[in-house]
Design a protein around this ligand. Structure first.
Ligand SMILES: Nc1ncnc2c1ncn2[C@@H]1O[C@H](COP(=O)(O)OP(=O)(O)O)[C@@H](O)[C@H]1O
Ligand SMILES: [Mg+2]
Length: 254
């Protein structure tokens, strides 16, 4: 179950991000990175962020705590910047927040940052499973914080939801984009971590996550139901094609 907290203050936009996420303060005095339901990507990006983020956490990877954030109209009405005001007013209601990690730095392979083989292999396995295309050298969406590697920004994963007429077919489509994963060069243990990660996922653990997605996000979009996401993920798990995609990409790299 995710916590729900109320936004008390808009602090500052995070300009690097394409979806205009922002740092906000909440009633519990915590700072969060807010992903807006009213942003251009639409509510399905928040659905992906929630489901994939919680799956990553379940697999034992570090993901900042996710919370649902209640945004009230008064926050937007008091915002002087018209672009930000529009975004805030379009997002009144439930949004997604991530615990803000102060002082975190972006993982950068070009700066010779290195990751251990187990973490790299688990991350590649996870990103192949949730079809995350946003873990490239140019845009790693990996943060170093207290010497741990944190996974952020899963809004572009689970892209089947933009065109999901036949979930069974979509779930077994190849995922060649895994070849561009920034951690692939270190991912020498994909086959070894497969059993351990797979053992953490089944229909009930997946449903436990998909069923926490706010109904209004699903209703506002043309995407699948919570049952549809569960079917997609459990079918993927059974087929194992995503593990072969990752193994093949690694083999072609080394
Ligand atoms: N939880 C967090 N703690 C600290 N910084 C963050 C956090 N989440 C995002 N950021 C910073 O904000 C930037 C944009 O966030 P991201 O989730 O990647 O959004 P976008 O979908 O717009 O790329 C990140 O590249 C990172 O620098
Ligand atoms: Mg990003």
């Amino acid at each position: 179950m995710l916590r729900t907290v109320r936004v008390t203050r808009y602090v500052t936009p995070l300009r690097e991000g394409g979806s205009l996420p922002a740092i906000v303060e909440a009633e519990d005095d915590g700072l969060y990175v807010l992903k807006f339901r009213g942003a251009g990507q639409g509510p399905l990006a928040l659905v992906a962020e929630l489901i994939s983020g919680e799956i990553g956490r379940l697999l034992g990877l570090c993901v900042p705590e996710l919370v649902l954030m209640e945004l009230e109209e008064c926050i937007g009405r008091n915002e002087p910047d018209p672009e930000i005001q529009d975004l805030l007013l379009a997002s009144v209601g439930l949004n997604l927040g991530l615990d803000y990690l102060p002082g975190a730095t972006m993982f950068d392979a070009a700066a010779r940052d290195v990751v251990d083989a187990t973490t790299a292999s688990k991350t590649v396995w996870f990103d192949a499973f949730v079809t995350n295309i946003d873990r490239t050298a140019k845009n790693t969406n990996l943060l170093w914080w207290h010497r741990q590697l944190y996974l952020i920004d899963h809004g572009a994963s689970l892209y089947f939801h933009y065109n999901c007429r036949d979930i069974g077919v979509a779930a077994v489509k190849p995922f060649p984009a895994i070849k561009d994963h920034v951690l692939l060069p270190w991912a020498s243990q994909i086959a070894e971590v497969d059993g351990e990660l797979r053992a953490k996922l089944d229909e009930s653990t997946v449903w436990h996550i998909t069923s926490t997605v706010p109904r209004e996000w699903l209703q506002e979009s043309d995407g699948p139901t919570a049952e549809g996401y569960t079917e997609y993920l459990t079918t993927r798990l059974r087929s194992s094609g995503f593990v072969d995609d990752a193994l093949r990409a690694y083999a072609q790299l080394v």
